[in-house]
Design a binder for this molecule. Sequence first.
Ligand code: GDP
Ligand code: ZN
Length: 337
Amino acid sequence: MSPKREPARERQLVQQPVSNSCSDSGSPGPAPEGMVVKAYGGYFYVRAGDRVVECTVRGRLKKEKKEILVGDRVRFSEVDSLRGVIEEVLPRKTRLVRPPVANVDQAVIVSAVSNPDPDFKLIDRLLAIAESESLEILICFNKVDLVTSYRADKISRPYRAAGYRVLKTSAKAGAGIRRLSRALAGRVSVFAGASGVGKSALLNAVQPGFRLKTGETSRKLERGRHTTRHVELLQLDSGGLVADTPGFSRVSLGGIAPEELGLFFPEIRRFVGQCRFTGCMHDREPQCAVKEAVARGEIHETRYNHYLEFLYEVTHLARLQREGRSIDKDSTFDSFQ
Ligand code: GDP
Ligand code: ZN
């Protein structure tokens, strides 16, 4: 059973207080800064420039039970060029639950255009979750070698219209890979999407040898007790970092409040404040600007229908929570890896 999820608002802004630099660090001058890219066997591996420094944690931080996650920016004192001690954890921008990574900048949501056919409801669900985590979003429609460009355009159009960055790629034919590579440069990304859509193949096309833990491996890892610690950020030659475990692998909308769901659909967000009733949920209310936009074809009907389905789902989850019944948020959606 996973821990209860914090409300989305708080989740977005989990900030840690900055602790004072430790006076007993023993190293002169300012402590170097780096990012934790791996945690293993009680050590934290911190990337600082071209080096990866194997770090232990200053006793004071341990005593405070300070959580240190992959993705955290830290200051460390150097024992020698390859070993150090973490002195301070810098404030976090974001904290993802699955995989447990801090400071993720971007979600890359991957769907195939065929084999398997796109699962639009899953895509919309992943998008809403990524939005609620305040991540930048890139959508990749992969396997375009299997369909006509007309079909690929038809699939991607609603997402472009909603305002998303969309790439049409083929890991097999090499299409769109340079663009994907550019989009990954200089930031921390997590890939998400159903199994078999080509996440691993895409990363391998960007950088031969890159291995995403997918399918059975990550399933087993996730169910292991301490294994979630083993997520690792892998460095691309472009300077970007990518989590080696796909994100949001079991995705419930639990934690999203019904009244904020519309904010996580950019094309609905645009109409905030334009409906007749304040607090309009864009469901049965009259003179709703969102429904009018759907009728005019400005909001794609399938996207709107998914919004409604998710609205009922989060309303139900919120009611269960109010009644003090525990939500096994994993049980609501566990049909893909
Ligand atoms: P993942 O589960 O999302 O990581 O998917 P994989 O990368 O393991 O790919 C699943 C299957 O789709 C593999 O057999 C790949 O060879 C195939 N595949 C991946 N990308 C493409 C593509 O662009 N075109 C075609 N035709 N097949 C692809
Ligand atoms: Zn409305």
